[in-house]
Design a protein around this ligand. Structure first.
Ligand code: FPP
Length: 222
């Protein structure tokens, strides 16, 4: 969800006001993608590397997450959204950990769109977490294959992303779903996250529909 800071600067607002505007956009984006038949949506809200930002901004983002959960979870639950957390709870306050776990638990049997919230997430750290888990369980090396490894990641039971959209014109992976994105299609738009609206979503999906996915082979595969 890139470009909150730039969006705010262009309007003479603070970075945190930009993040707040970005948060307001989340509801609209979820319902737009759901209307397009998307079954899984992942939002990258806070990376492990984001702890390097100024203390006040980090505190503001942690507070925003708490506020979003308090304000939105019951609406999301009513709409059948299933919430997953991708990332580690380490380093988050006990109160925030409890709110995240309660929201995931409340929505766990919902059958609508699955919303993965990558918060305190890093792709490399996820791969190490999975490897350490397999080692701690004394998993025989010969049984470690792609299926088992995928099932050990935060995204167990979530399909690999078909499309990764990056807003605000960036063209980096930024430690996002490194294992899962092996064959994802990538789309970058100059639109900043708070302005990523219905028309911008249409453009992204239209571009995706033109891609020929070969997964390393020669013919389009499912
Ligand atoms: C990137 O924009 C945005 C983030 C690091 C935070 C995204 C967070 C939200 C949209 C709000 C929090 C939402 C939840 C669900 C907690 P940037 O700051 O890098 O913008 P810039 O590149 O223009 O400076």
């Amino acid at each position: 969800m890139d470009g909150n800071g730039r969006w705010a600067r262009e309007r003479g607002l603070s970075r945190l006001q930009g993040h707040r505007a970005g948060t307001e956009n989340i509801r609209r984006v979820i319902s737009n993608f759901a209307n397009h038949g998307v079954r899984y949506l992942t939002l990258y809200a806070f990376s492990i590397e984001n702890w390097r930002r100024p203390r006040a901004e980090v505190r503001g983002l942690l507070r925003l997450l708490g506020e979003v959960i308090d304000r939105e979870v019951h609406n999301l639950h009513r709409e059948g959204v299933k919430l997953n957390h991708l990332g580690t709870l380490d380093g988050l306050s006990t109160r925030l950990q409890k709110r995240i776990l309660a929201a995931v638990d409340l929505t766990k049997t919902n059958t609508g769109i699955t919303l993965n919230l990558a918060f305190n997430y890093g792709g490399r750290q996820e791969i190490l977490m999975a490897m350490n888990k397999l080692l701690a369980q004394a998993t025989p090396p010969e049984s470690v294959d792609e299926t088992l490894f995928s099932q050990t990641l935060y995204t167990a039971d979530v399909p690999d992303p078909d499309l990764i959209i990056r807003t605000a014109g960036e063209h980096r992976m930024s430690n996002f779903l490194l294992w899962q994105s092996a064959y994802s299609e990538y789309y970058s738009t100059p639109t900043c996250w708070p302005d990523f609206n219905e028309a911008a979503i249409e453009d992204a999906l239209q571009a995706y529909s033109q891609r020929q996915r070969r997964f390393g082979g020669l013919q389009e595969q499912q």
